[in-house]
Design a protein around this ligand. Structure first.
Ligand SMILES: [Zn+2]
Length: 405
Protein backbone atom coordinates (compact mmCIF):
# COMPACT_ATOMS: atom_id res chain seq x y z
CA UNK A 1 0.00 0.00 0.00
CA UNK A 2 2.77 2.41 0.89
CA UNK A 3 5.13 3.53 -1.84
CA UNK A 4 8.47 4.94 -0.74
CA UNK A 5 9.55 5.87 -4.26
CA UNK A 6 10.06 9.62 -4.22
CA UNK A 7 9.76 9.84 -8.00
CA UNK A 8 6.12 8.95 -7.76
CA UNK A 9 5.06 10.67 -4.54
CA UNK A 10 3.76 13.84 -6.20
CA UNK A 11 1.81 11.81 -8.74
CA UNK A 12 0.26 9.34 -6.30
CA UNK A 13 -3.37 10.41 -6.63
CA UNK A 14 -4.47 8.74 -3.41
CA UNK A 15 -1.72 10.52 -1.54
CA UNK A 16 -2.05 14.06 -2.93
CA UNK A 17 -5.78 13.97 -3.64
CA UNK A 18 -7.10 17.15 -5.22
CA UNK A 19 -4.30 19.27 -3.64
CA UNK A 20 -2.39 19.87 -6.89
CA UNK A 21 -5.54 21.29 -8.48
CA UNK A 22 -5.48 24.12 -5.94
CA UNK A 23 -1.73 24.56 -6.29
CA UNK A 24 -2.29 25.26 -9.97
CA UNK A 25 0.40 26.41 -12.41
CA UNK A 26 3.88 25.20 -11.55
CA UNK A 27 6.80 26.83 -13.35
CA UNK A 28 9.35 24.68 -11.46
CA UNK A 29 8.21 21.32 -12.82
CA UNK A 30 11.17 19.51 -14.35
CA UNK A 31 13.46 22.51 -13.90
CA UNK A 32 16.98 21.85 -12.58
CA UNK A 33 17.39 23.70 -9.28
CA UNK A 34 20.86 23.92 -7.78
CA UNK A 35 21.28 23.62 -4.04
CA UNK A 36 24.08 25.55 -2.33
CA UNK A 37 24.64 24.44 1.24
CA UNK A 38 26.06 27.10 3.53
CA UNK A 39 26.09 25.18 6.82
CA UNK A 40 29.84 25.77 7.09
CA UNK A 41 29.55 29.53 6.44
CA UNK A 42 26.07 30.90 7.20
CA UNK A 43 25.38 28.02 9.62
CA UNK A 44 28.41 28.85 11.72
CA UNK A 45 26.98 32.36 12.18
CA UNK A 46 24.16 30.85 14.26
CA UNK A 47 24.80 31.93 17.85
CA UNK A 48 26.40 29.02 19.71
CA UNK A 49 27.45 27.14 16.57
CA UNK A 50 31.04 26.28 15.77
CA UNK A 51 32.74 23.25 14.30
CA UNK A 52 36.14 21.66 14.69
CA UNK A 53 38.11 21.21 11.48
CA UNK A 54 37.52 17.47 11.33
CA UNK A 55 33.78 18.14 11.75
CA UNK A 56 33.91 20.71 8.92
CA UNK A 57 35.56 18.18 6.63
CA UNK A 58 33.12 15.45 7.70
CA UNK A 59 30.13 17.73 7.03
CA UNK A 60 31.51 18.64 3.60
CA UNK A 61 31.98 14.94 2.71
CA UNK A 62 28.47 14.13 3.89
CA UNK A 63 26.89 17.03 2.01
CA UNK A 64 28.76 16.02 -1.11
CA UNK A 65 27.54 12.44 -0.81
CA UNK A 66 24.03 13.82 -0.26
CA UNK A 67 24.45 15.50 -3.63
CA UNK A 68 24.35 19.27 -3.04
CA UNK A 69 25.68 21.28 -5.99
CA UNK A 70 27.81 23.70 -4.00
CA UNK A 71 29.30 23.97 -0.52
CA UNK A 72 30.12 27.40 0.88
CA UNK A 73 32.82 28.08 3.47
CA UNK A 74 34.52 31.26 4.62
CA UNK A 75 38.32 30.93 4.81
CA UNK A 76 38.77 34.50 6.03
CA UNK A 77 37.25 33.89 9.50
CA UNK A 78 40.30 32.27 11.10
CA UNK A 79 43.41 30.24 10.43
CA UNK A 80 41.36 27.08 11.20
CA UNK A 81 38.72 28.02 8.63
CA UNK A 82 41.46 28.55 6.06
CA UNK A 83 42.89 25.10 6.85
CA UNK A 84 39.43 23.50 6.66
CA UNK A 85 38.79 25.17 3.31
CA UNK A 86 42.10 23.86 1.95
CA UNK A 87 41.35 20.34 3.17
CA UNK A 88 37.88 20.37 1.65
CA UNK A 89 39.27 21.59 -1.69
CA UNK A 90 41.91 18.85 -1.59
CA UNK A 91 39.24 16.22 -0.90
CA UNK A 92 38.24 16.48 -4.57
CA UNK A 93 34.48 16.49 -3.99
CA UNK A 94 31.92 16.70 -6.76
CA UNK A 95 30.29 19.81 -5.27
CA UNK A 96 31.70 23.21 -6.19
CA UNK A 97 33.56 24.63 -3.19
CA UNK A 98 32.75 28.32 -2.83
CA UNK A 99 35.06 30.51 -0.73
CA UNK A 100 33.04 33.34 0.81
CA UNK A 101 34.49 36.71 1.75
CA UNK A 102 34.17 40.47 1.40
CA UNK A 103 34.64 42.36 -1.86
CA UNK A 104 38.28 42.96 -0.99
CA UNK A 105 41.50 41.92 -2.69
CA UNK A 106 42.94 40.57 0.57
CA UNK A 107 39.94 38.26 1.04
CA UNK A 108 40.31 37.04 -2.53
CA UNK A 109 43.99 36.36 -1.87
CA UNK A 110 42.89 33.99 0.90
CA UNK A 111 40.43 32.27 -1.43
CA UNK A 112 43.25 31.82 -3.94
CA UNK A 113 45.53 30.44 -1.24
CA UNK A 114 42.92 27.75 -0.53
CA UNK A 115 42.98 26.65 -4.15
CA UNK A 116 39.27 27.18 -4.83
CA UNK A 117 38.08 27.89 -8.34
CA UNK A 118 34.94 29.75 -7.18
CA UNK A 119 34.84 32.79 -4.90
CA UNK A 120 31.80 34.57 -3.51
CA UNK A 121 32.11 38.18 -2.39
CA UNK A 122 29.50 40.28 -0.70
CA UNK A 123 28.83 43.99 -0.59
CA UNK A 124 25.83 45.75 0.91
CA UNK A 125 23.67 47.74 -1.46
CA UNK A 126 20.92 49.15 0.79
CA UNK A 127 21.20 52.79 1.81
CA UNK A 128 20.94 51.94 5.50
CA UNK A 129 23.89 49.53 5.25
CA UNK A 130 25.93 51.92 3.12
CA UNK A 131 25.31 54.74 5.61
CA UNK A 132 25.65 52.99 8.98
CA UNK A 133 27.60 49.80 8.32
CA UNK A 134 30.08 50.74 5.63
CA UNK A 135 29.92 54.57 5.47
CA UNK A 136 30.40 54.65 1.72
CA UNK A 137 28.37 56.14 -1.15
CA UNK A 138 26.47 54.06 -3.70
CA UNK A 139 29.13 54.92 -6.30
CA UNK A 140 31.92 53.82 -3.99
CA UNK A 141 30.14 50.55 -3.24
CA UNK A 142 29.96 49.79 -6.94
CA UNK A 143 33.54 50.78 -7.75
CA UNK A 144 34.92 48.78 -4.80
CA UNK A 145 33.01 45.70 -5.89
CA UNK A 146 34.05 46.05 -9.52
CA UNK A 147 37.67 46.39 -8.45
CA UNK A 148 37.41 43.13 -6.49
CA UNK A 149 35.65 41.39 -9.40
CA UNK A 150 38.39 42.50 -11.83
CA UNK A 151 41.03 41.24 -9.40
CA UNK A 152 39.31 37.87 -9.01
CA UNK A 153 38.80 37.48 -12.76
CA UNK A 154 42.43 38.44 -13.44
CA UNK A 155 43.40 35.56 -11.16
CA UNK A 156 41.22 33.07 -12.99
CA UNK A 157 38.47 32.73 -10.40
CA UNK A 158 34.81 32.21 -11.11
CA UNK A 159 32.92 34.83 -9.16
CA UNK A 160 29.62 35.24 -7.39
CA UNK A 161 28.66 38.65 -6.07
CA UNK A 162 26.13 38.84 -3.25
CA UNK A 163 24.25 42.14 -3.14
CA UNK A 164 23.73 42.15 0.63
CA UNK A 165 20.43 43.59 1.86
CA UNK A 166 19.22 43.76 -1.76
CA UNK A 167 15.60 43.50 -0.62
CA UNK A 168 15.84 46.89 1.15
CA UNK A 169 17.85 48.62 -1.58
CA UNK A 170 16.62 50.99 -4.29
CA UNK A 171 15.48 48.66 -7.13
CA UNK A 172 16.95 50.93 -9.82
CA UNK A 173 20.32 50.85 -8.08
CA UNK A 174 20.16 47.06 -7.70
CA UNK A 175 19.45 46.53 -11.40
CA UNK A 176 22.10 49.07 -12.47
CA UNK A 177 24.60 47.36 -10.12
CA UNK A 178 23.73 43.95 -11.58
CA UNK A 179 24.23 45.26 -15.14
CA UNK A 180 27.70 46.54 -14.23
CA UNK A 181 28.48 43.13 -12.74
CA UNK A 182 27.36 41.45 -15.94
CA UNK A 183 29.67 43.71 -17.94
CA UNK A 184 32.48 42.67 -15.59
CA UNK A 185 31.71 39.00 -16.42
CA UNK A 186 30.63 37.79 -12.98
CA UNK A 187 29.37 34.20 -13.07
CA UNK A 188 26.53 34.47 -10.55
CA UNK A 189 24.68 37.16 -8.63
CA UNK A 190 23.06 36.37 -5.29
CA UNK A 191 20.04 38.34 -4.14
CA UNK A 192 19.47 37.96 -0.42
CA UNK A 193 16.59 38.99 1.76
CA UNK A 194 18.98 39.83 4.56
CA UNK A 195 16.53 40.83 7.31
CA UNK A 196 13.35 39.01 6.24
CA UNK A 197 11.46 42.06 4.95
CA UNK A 198 10.04 40.23 1.91
CA UNK A 199 6.72 38.53 1.31
CA UNK A 200 6.80 35.71 -1.26
CA UNK A 201 5.35 37.95 -3.96
CA UNK A 202 7.90 40.64 -3.04
CA UNK A 203 10.78 38.19 -3.43
CA UNK A 204 9.31 37.08 -6.75
CA UNK A 205 9.28 40.70 -7.96
CA UNK A 206 12.85 41.38 -6.84
CA UNK A 207 14.28 38.33 -8.61
CA UNK A 208 12.12 38.93 -11.71
CA UNK A 209 13.23 42.54 -11.95
CA UNK A 210 16.93 41.64 -11.90
CA UNK A 211 16.36 38.60 -14.12
CA UNK A 212 14.75 40.87 -16.73
CA UNK A 213 17.81 43.15 -16.60
CA UNK A 214 20.69 40.63 -16.81
CA UNK A 215 21.43 37.17 -18.14
CA UNK A 216 23.76 36.22 -15.27
CA UNK A 217 22.43 33.20 -13.31
CA UNK A 218 20.86 34.25 -10.01
CA UNK A 219 20.97 32.80 -6.49
CA UNK A 220 18.30 33.34 -3.86
CA UNK A 221 19.19 33.58 -0.15
CA UNK A 222 16.40 34.24 2.35
CA UNK A 223 16.58 34.86 6.07
CA UNK A 224 13.93 33.53 8.38
CA UNK A 225 13.34 36.48 10.69
CA UNK A 226 9.62 36.44 9.93
CA UNK A 227 9.38 32.70 9.30
CA UNK A 228 9.12 33.15 5.52
CA UNK A 229 12.60 31.99 4.43
CA UNK A 230 11.35 28.84 2.69
CA UNK A 231 8.33 30.47 1.03
CA UNK A 232 10.43 33.42 -0.13
CA UNK A 233 13.17 31.14 -1.47
CA UNK A 234 10.64 29.15 -3.50
CA UNK A 235 9.11 32.39 -4.82
CA UNK A 236 12.59 33.52 -5.90
CA UNK A 237 13.12 30.26 -7.76
CA UNK A 238 9.72 30.60 -9.43
CA UNK A 239 10.80 34.04 -10.63
CA UNK A 240 13.85 32.52 -12.34
CA UNK A 241 16.64 32.14 -9.77
CA UNK A 242 18.58 28.95 -10.46
CA UNK A 243 20.27 28.25 -7.18
CA UNK A 244 18.91 28.33 -3.62
CA UNK A 245 20.97 28.77 -0.46
CA UNK A 246 20.18 26.47 2.46
CA UNK A 247 21.75 25.14 5.66
CA UNK A 248 21.28 21.95 7.64
CA UNK A 249 18.60 22.56 10.30
CA UNK A 250 18.12 26.07 8.89
CA UNK A 251 21.05 27.39 10.93
CA UNK A 252 22.40 30.86 10.21
CA UNK A 253 22.79 34.39 11.50
CA UNK A 254 20.10 35.13 14.15
CA UNK A 255 17.32 32.62 13.30
CA UNK A 256 18.89 31.34 10.13
CA UNK A 257 17.90 30.75 6.50
CA UNK A 258 15.91 28.16 4.53
CA UNK A 259 16.39 24.59 5.75
CA UNK A 260 18.09 21.98 3.55
CA UNK A 261 15.57 19.18 4.20
CA UNK A 262 12.44 21.29 3.84
CA UNK A 263 13.63 23.17 0.75
CA UNK A 264 14.78 20.10 -1.15
CA UNK A 265 11.66 18.07 -0.28
CA UNK A 266 9.26 20.88 -1.12
CA UNK A 267 10.99 21.36 -4.47
CA UNK A 268 10.97 17.64 -5.25
CA UNK A 269 7.59 16.54 -3.93
CA UNK A 270 5.35 19.60 -4.20
CA UNK A 271 6.93 21.22 -7.29
CA UNK A 272 8.36 18.16 -9.04
CA UNK A 273 11.57 20.11 -9.69
CA UNK A 274 14.80 18.40 -10.72
CA UNK A 275 16.61 18.15 -7.36
CA UNK A 276 18.73 15.03 -7.40
CA UNK A 277 19.85 14.50 -3.87
CA UNK A 278 19.80 11.43 -1.61
CA UNK A 279 16.73 12.39 0.35
CA UNK A 280 17.01 9.43 2.70
CA UNK A 281 20.15 11.00 4.19
CA UNK A 282 18.35 14.17 5.30
CA UNK A 283 17.47 12.85 8.77
CA UNK A 284 21.05 11.67 9.28
CA UNK A 285 22.53 15.05 8.27
CA UNK A 286 20.15 16.87 10.61
CA UNK A 287 21.30 14.62 13.49
CA UNK A 288 24.99 14.91 12.56
CA UNK A 289 24.82 18.71 12.69
CA UNK A 290 22.72 18.54 15.87
CA UNK A 291 25.40 16.39 17.49
CA UNK A 292 28.32 18.56 16.35
CA UNK A 293 26.69 21.84 17.38
CA UNK A 294 24.67 20.68 20.43
CA UNK A 295 21.86 22.78 18.95
CA UNK A 296 18.82 20.48 19.11
CA UNK A 297 16.61 19.93 16.08
CA UNK A 298 13.20 21.10 17.38
CA UNK A 299 10.71 18.26 17.80
CA UNK A 300 8.36 20.35 15.67
CA UNK A 301 10.82 20.55 12.74
CA UNK A 302 9.12 19.33 9.54
CA UNK A 303 10.35 15.99 8.10
CA UNK A 304 13.40 15.52 10.35
CA UNK A 305 11.93 16.55 13.74
CA UNK A 306 11.06 14.03 16.44
CA UNK A 307 7.33 14.71 16.03
CA UNK A 308 7.28 14.75 12.22
CA UNK A 309 5.89 11.19 12.05
CA UNK A 310 4.42 10.81 15.53
CA UNK A 311 0.72 10.03 15.75
CA UNK A 312 -1.18 10.52 18.99
CA UNK A 313 -4.94 11.03 18.69
CA UNK A 314 -6.78 7.70 18.69
CA UNK A 315 -8.56 8.41 15.42
CA UNK A 316 -5.25 9.34 13.79
CA UNK A 317 -3.46 6.24 15.07
CA UNK A 318 -6.29 4.06 13.80
CA UNK A 319 -6.25 5.74 10.39
CA UNK A 320 -2.46 5.52 10.09
CA UNK A 321 -2.57 1.84 11.01
CA UNK A 322 -5.03 1.30 8.17
CA UNK A 323 -3.22 3.53 5.68
CA UNK A 324 -0.31 5.88 6.62
CA UNK A 325 -1.19 8.20 3.71
CA UNK A 326 -4.18 9.37 5.76
CA UNK A 327 -1.89 11.60 7.84
CA UNK A 328 1.53 11.48 6.16
CA UNK A 329 2.26 13.20 2.87
CA UNK A 330 5.87 12.01 2.65
CA UNK A 331 6.64 8.56 4.11
CA UNK A 332 9.26 8.73 6.91
CA UNK A 333 11.55 6.32 5.03
CA UNK A 334 11.96 8.85 2.23
CA UNK A 335 13.90 11.20 4.53
CA UNK A 336 15.42 8.47 6.73
CA UNK A 337 13.07 9.19 9.65
CA UNK A 338 10.78 6.71 11.47
CA UNK A 339 7.11 6.53 12.30
CA UNK A 340 6.15 6.75 15.98
CA UNK A 341 2.94 6.02 17.82
CA UNK A 342 1.99 7.56 21.16
CA UNK A 343 0.30 5.24 23.62
CA UNK A 344 -1.59 7.27 26.18
CA UNK A 345 -4.94 8.68 27.20
CA UNK A 346 -5.99 9.48 23.64
CA UNK A 347 -5.42 5.96 22.31
CA UNK A 348 -8.45 4.26 20.84
CA UNK A 349 -9.46 0.65 20.25
CA UNK A 350 -7.55 0.09 17.01
CA UNK A 351 -4.29 1.40 18.45
CA UNK A 352 -4.71 -0.72 21.58
CA UNK A 353 -5.38 -3.81 19.47
CA UNK A 354 -2.22 -3.20 17.47
CA UNK A 355 -0.15 -2.75 20.63
CA UNK A 356 -1.48 -5.94 22.24
CA UNK A 357 -1.02 -7.91 19.05
CA UNK A 358 2.68 -7.12 19.18
CA UNK A 359 2.71 -8.93 22.53
CA UNK A 360 0.74 -11.78 21.01
CA UNK A 361 -2.47 -10.85 22.85
CA UNK A 362 -5.66 -10.95 20.82
CA UNK A 363 -8.64 -10.54 23.14
CA UNK A 364 -11.42 -7.99 23.10
CA UNK A 365 -11.67 -7.71 26.88
CA UNK A 366 -7.94 -7.04 27.22
CA UNK A 367 -8.17 -4.34 24.57
CA UNK A 368 -11.04 -2.66 26.40
CA UNK A 369 -9.12 -2.85 29.68
CA UNK A 370 -6.03 -1.28 28.07
CA UNK A 371 -8.03 1.59 26.51
CA UNK A 372 -9.85 2.45 29.73
CA UNK A 373 -6.67 2.06 31.81
CA UNK A 374 -4.78 4.49 29.57
CA UNK A 375 -7.75 6.90 29.67
CA UNK A 376 -7.76 6.85 33.47
CA UNK A 377 -4.04 7.54 33.59
CA UNK A 378 -4.59 10.48 31.23
CA UNK A 379 -0.93 10.85 30.26
CA UNK A 380 1.21 9.90 27.27
CA UNK A 381 2.56 6.70 28.78
CA UNK A 382 5.12 5.86 26.11
CA UNK A 383 6.03 6.28 22.47
CA UNK A 384 6.77 3.42 20.17
CA UNK A 385 9.22 3.95 17.34
CA UNK A 386 8.25 1.51 14.62
CA UNK A 387 11.20 -0.63 13.55
CA UNK A 388 11.42 -2.39 10.18
CA UNK A 389 9.96 -5.55 11.78
CA UNK A 390 7.04 -3.65 13.29
CA UNK A 391 6.39 -1.96 9.95
CA UNK A 392 6.20 -5.45 8.42
CA UNK A 393 3.71 -6.52 11.07
CA UNK A 394 1.80 -3.32 10.39
CA UNK A 395 1.60 -4.13 6.67
CA UNK A 396 0.01 -7.48 7.48
CA UNK A 397 -2.37 -5.77 9.90
CA UNK A 398 -3.41 -3.30 7.24
CA UNK A 399 -4.84 -6.06 5.09
CA UNK A 400 -6.88 -7.38 8.01
CA UNK A 401 -7.99 -3.93 9.19
CA UNK A 402 -9.00 -2.81 5.73
CA UNK A 403 -11.07 -5.93 5.15
CA UNK A 404 -12.94 -5.42 8.43
CA UNK A 405 -13.19 -1.65 8.34
ZN1 LIG B 1 22.73 35.20 5.09
Amino acid sequence: MEDDNIEKLGEDVERVGFGPRYNGKNSLKGRKIKILDSTLREGEQFPGCSFTNSQRVQIAWTLDFLGVDAIEISPIISRQHMEACKKIVQAGLNATIVAHGRALRKDLDQALECGVSFAAMYHSVSDIHLKYKLRVSREEALSRTLDAVDYAKAHGLQVRVTLEDASRADPQYVVAFAKELERAHVDRISLPDTVGVMTPSGMYSLIKRVKDGVKVPLDVHCHNDMGLALANSIAGLEAGAEQVHVTANGLGERVGIADLAQTSLVLRVLYNADVNIRFNMLFEIARLVEEYTSIPVPKSAPLVGGNAYKHKAGTHVAAVLRNPKTYELVPPKVVGNRRRLVFGGLLGKTGAEFLLKMFGIEAETETKKLVSGLKDLGIDLFELELTEEMEELLKKEQDVLNKVG
